[in-house]
Design a protein around this ligand. Structure first.
Ligand SMILES: *[C@@H]1O[C@H](CO)[C@@H](O)[C@H](O)[C@H]1NC(C)=O
Length: 351
């Protein structure tokens, strides 16, 4: 026989459910929250005659350019733009293979369908990522978006992607390429580097770790004898064979476990990468990650390009171009993202 407060409880649950349903129904069709955005079909892009023909091992071919990206509903519009930009500026677009990593709980069928509709001949594979593995390891950071488990999928690429794959370009979903990705993918890694990324040695490296870290000799010695510089993990060329051989996933997890016990850094997925790799990475020209275009994390100010040429624009930071464009409050550089937006607007249907 139900106790009186059980009844009350049920009543509350019903009320909550009702509120949830009404809230969902009355919410505007926001670009960041809707699961079922419609996207336009992209043009078909063809190889130039000089492109190598790939061997039969389609999803592992060494002549292909392999790109890994995470996929989720909130950033899908960004991912679609990134894919389009990569194809459009490539001289061998049909030789690009995409490796998508959605969370294991996402609607894979819908993601697959959305991508195939916009890019009917795209060669891609989906690898679900069980984020429960990492969720217990995430310590809260200053920006809640950075705590999203999918942000940590880049730690696990070597395990998620097929063992036959030896080199991959990892890309965030808030960027567009304006140059041939094959050039980035061909970055020399030297005899020993596991990954390549643009380095920023003028950034204040000290500030990425806490005073607790620097005042503990055992910890701060990590960087002894290394010319450690900041790098952004949103654009990386990774040698997966070397990564597997050195078991770098475990090394990153060990730092995350330490962070759970004593706070050694503030940001989310980046500092463990710096701890393991900073000072030992192969350089990439800064043109391949013009980052920070999302703007200032605290006040949402617009950012300018860094001096020098541009091959890739990256809206890292709090603001995203599609959100600001929808709100009619774009930053000047958001106009460079807009041409790659495949979102189907109601207006486009009428024309
Ligand atoms: C670098 O950051 C640390 C910690 O945030 C600060 O104490 C130091 O003054 C900064 N150095 C420079 C050169 O700005």
């Amino acid at each position: 026989m139900p106790k009186p407060h059980d009844h009350l409880h049920r009543h509350h649950l019903l009320l909550l459910l009702f509120l949830l349903i009404t809230a969902t129904n009355s919410a505007p069709a926001s670009a960041t929250t809707t699961n079922y955005q419609r996207f336009k079909e992209a043009p078909q892009f063809y190889n130039s005659p000089a492109c190598p023909s790939l061997d039969t091992n389609e999803m592992c071919s060494h002549q292909a350019v392999h790109v890994a990206m995470t996929l989720d509903a909130a950033y899908l519009r960004g991912s679609m733009a990134a894919i389009l930009s990569a194809l459009q500026h490539s001289s061998c677009p049909q030789n690009i293979r995409f490796h998508f990593i959605p969370s294991a709980t996402a609607n894979h069928h819908h993601l697959r369908l959305t991508i195939s509709r916009s890019f009917p001949s795209l060669k891609f594979q989906i690898y679900p990522y069980d984020s429960s593995k990492v969720s217990g390891l995430i310590s809260t950071s200053i920006r809640s978006a950075l705590d999203c488990p999918l942000n940590y999928a880049r730690n696990y690429l070597a395990n998620l992607l097929p063992p036959c794959l030896s080199r991959v370009v990892y890309l965030d979903s808030d960027l567009v390429l304006v140059d041939d990705i094959a050039k980035l993918a061909a970055t020399p890694l030297g005899d020993r580097s596991v990954l390549a990324a643009p380095e920023y040695c003028n950034a204040n490296f000290t500030s990425y770790f806490t005073p607790t870290f620097w005042s503990n000799p055992t910890l701060s010695l990590t960087f002894a004898g290394r010319k450690a510089c900041y790098f952004n993990t949103g654009v990386m060329v990774i040698d997966l064979q070397r990564w597997r051989q050195g078991d770098y996933t475990t090394k990153i997890i060990e730092w995350m476990e330490l962070q759970k016990r004593i706070r050694i850094y503030e940001l989310g997925s980046l500092p463990p990468f710096l701890l393991v790799f900073a000072g030992n990475i192969a350089p990439v020209d800064h043109r391949w990650n013009q980052h920070g275009l999302g703007g200032d994390n605290y006040r949402g100010l617009c950012r300018n390009l860094h001096p020098g040429p541009v091959s890739l624009l990256h809206w890292s930071g709090k603001g995203k171009p599609w959100v600001r464009l929808d709100a009619n409050r774009p930053c000047p550089l958001d106009a460079l993202w807009a041409p790659y937006d495949l979102l189907q607007t109601p207006f486009a249907l009428e024309s």
